[in-house]
Design a protein around this ligand. Structure first.
Ligand code: MRU
Length: 362
């Protein structure tokens, strides 16, 4: 069983502090590190998905703020630019905001520039650690829920996009639940949606599942329906990029059709996400900004990924493409939201607000 990949780390070589990313655009073909020495480089890495996934975007944003401070950027401006690099995952702005608050408080307390950037860095490190701890708790709670819902064990889980160690300081969210089931010998099959157009399932989840020795099978996104109708799916487990106050879930495009399928086939649909992904200031799904991505990701294959291999056109030149990065699943289709601090099921506005109040008070 291979060790989990390290998606992001802070380093301090003699030339000055940097953020080192495992470049997810190059996986699984190559494990290449991408060194970000400044904020524009990090923003480019975020936009082009070298670093991605909601919890890790939060961690990257927090370290990015510390990087801005230590490298002499205008910190307030850097905070705005970093927060806006991708709009849907609320964790990004959350992580930037936490490090910014620590930075400002340190300055207000009389610290000089050195003390202030170190305060931002300490906050980023704290968020990174908390994320790892949250992963472990989500895995435990998700596994307990699966055991309750599927007392026969031997789970056949369908997942979408990538939600493992590549998106987290720990083992991730939904994939961490599958990993926990695997460790106790109860993961009969992990069905991995390829996740068009950027293939996070095929490139990243399959990579992580293989390293962890999980029994997994890759399918094209549009094969999911036949898998359900053949009775091969016991539960769907996915992550989230933002959960609105009413329990609407924004996640990788293709999640909503899975929720519809799951409901039709009476299969539990579980969303696994840290409480940092819950945004009570966003009222409902309609208020979530869904990132629209370039047509090239759809009109070329593989997905217009930056890298050495140019994409191959699969549509006539100039074809327009509808390419939202995420979709919204309404709360009534979600069986449960599993967080590090508890489970909300059924998913209601009140249940979610109570869970957040408990989390934020302790
Ligand atoms: O566009 P991406 O690859 O950043 O999208 C990631 C997802 O949609 C994940 O499912 C989500 O961030 C949850 S990860 C815990």
């Amino acid at each position: 069983m291979g060790s989990a990949p390290v998606a992001l780390r802070w380093d301090e070589p003699p030339e000055g502090p940097v953020i080192v990313l495992l470049d997810q655009r190059r996986l699984p073909a190559e494990e290449v590190e991408l060194v970000c020495t400044d904020v524009p480089a990090l923003i480019d890495a975020i936009r082009t998905l070298a670093v991605r996934g909601a919890p890790l975007l939060g961690v990257a944003g927090a370290y990015g703020l510390a990087l801005a401070a230590v490298r002499g950027f205008d910190v307030e401006e850097a905070a705005e630019m970093l927060s806006a690099a991708r709009p849907t995952a609320v964790n990004l702005a959350y992580g930037v905001g936490r490090a910014l608050t620590a930075y400002r408080a340190s300055l207000a307390g009389g610290a000089g520039p050195e003390g202030a950037w170190r305060a931002a860095l300490a906050e980023a490190r704290a968020l990174h650690r908390e994320d790892a701890q949250a992963s472990a708790r989500m895995a435990e709670q998700g596994l307990e829920l699966l055991k309750e819902l599927l007392p026969g064990g031997g789970f056949r889980l369908l997942t979408h996009c990538n939600t493992g160690a590549l998106v987290s300081g720990g083992e991730g969210t939904a994939l961490a639940v599958a990993g926990a089931a695997h460790r106790i010998g109860e993961l009969r099959r992990l069905w991995v949606d390829e996740t068009r157009p950027l293939l996070q399932g095929a490139r990243l989840t399959a990579y992580e599942a293989a390293r962890a020795g999980m029994p997994y099978t890759l399918l094209t996104d549009n094969a999911a329906g036949s898998l359900f109708s053949a009775g091969e799916v016991d539960a769907v487990v996915i992550g989230a990029d933002r959960i609105a106050a009413d329990g609407s879930v924004a996640n990788k495009v293709g999640s909503y059709p899975l929720a519809v399928l799951a409901r039709y086939h009476h299969v539990p649909f579980l969303v696994v996400a840290p409480t940092t992904t819950v945004d009570l200031t966003t009222a409902d799904g309609g208020a979530i900004e869904v990132e629209q991505r370039p047509a090239l990701e759809v009109t070329e294959f593989p997905g217009g990924m930056p890298g050495e291999v140019p994409g191959r056109a699969v549509a006539p030149l100039g074809t327009q493409a509808y390419n939202p990065a995420f979709d919204i699943t309404p709360p009534e289709l979600v069986t449960a939201i599993v967080t590090e601090n508890g489970i909300v099921s059924p998913v209601t506005k009140t249940g979610l607000a109570e869970l957040c109040a408990r989390s934020r008070s302790g």
